[in-house]
Ligand binder design. Structure first.
Ligand code: SF4
Length: 245
């Protein structure tokens, strides 16, 4: 288990006793074995985002709260908000970075080439390991819901603002485990500056939910990353057995 990095600033402070927000909008984790206290309800945040997390939160409520969101600059060039898709009671949630061109056009996460690879990874690993799970059985979403221009990495303030919706999604679904795809998702969930190579293959925690970090499928599409591909399959095997055995 990787030791959580202490939060560095309190630009946005949610009153969560065992956890704090960071500039990247992530939440540090209570020490292993210490159950985090439930989040008290606090009033509306700046820029109109409801607190983390309202009672009886649901994915539908979160989507309604997002509405035609203009809370950060990523609204300017998006076509569609990409909220997330899949099984709303999933035991496993995959979190990516943000929508690309195909996702922006369709309003759905991971539908381009990287998405096809993710489907192969999920379906292929499950079938090889004898686990009766398909992509439709998991839930898939991103740290930011609107496509960053030229597919650039989301900026810390964008991750901070939109990350609150991600956190609400995760709290509403309460999966048995989360798989963070790539360093942006890892940063948002784990308050860490470590890269994927260092983080992958081990269990971490977001609040009390185990998190496995692995490579983003778009990184695996590059031909020179065959070794990373093998490692990603290993990571996924670990996640699948943990969640579904
Ligand atoms: S990225 Fe998130 S916070 Fe920014 S405009 Fe889109 S939905 Fe709103």
């Amino acid at each position: 288990m990787t030791k959580p990095t202490p939060a560095a600033s309190r630009a946005f402070r949610f009153d969560l006793p065992a956890q704090e927000t960071t500039p990247a909008g992530s939440i540090s984790v209570a020490p292993p074995g210490v159950a985090p206290a439930p989040a008290p309800i606090v009033s509306m945040l700046p820029n109109g985002i409801p607190p983390l997390a309202p009672p009886d939160d649901t994915l539908l409520k979160i989507q309604q709260d997002i509405g035609d969101c203009r809370r950060c600059r990523l609204c300017e060039q998006r076509s569609k908000i990409v909220f997330g898709s899949g099984n709303e009671s999933a035991a496993l949630v995959f979190v990516g970075e943000g929508p690309g061109a195909d996702e922006d056009a369709q309003g759905l996460p991971f539908v381009g080439r990287a998405g096809q690879l993710l489907t192969q990874m999920i379906d292929g690993t499950a079938s090889k390991e004898g686990i009766p799970v398909r992509r439709t059985d998991v839930y898939i979403c991103n740290v930011v819901k609107c496509r960053p221009p030229e597919n650039r990495t989301p900026q810390p303030d964008e991750m901070e603002i939109c990350g609150q919706f991600l956190f609400r999604q995760l709290l509403a679904i309460r999966p048995k485990a989360i798989c963070a795809l790539g360093s942006t998702a890892a940063k948002a969930l784990l308050s860490t500056k470590d890269g994927v190579t260092r983080l992958r293959g081990h269990w971490h925690k977001w609040r009390d939910i185990p998190v496995m970090v692995t490579y983003h499928p778009s990184y695996l599409l590059r031909p020179y990353n065959q070794n990373a591909k093998r490692e990603a399959w290993e990571d996924l095997k670990k996640v699948m057995h943990f969640v579904y055995d």
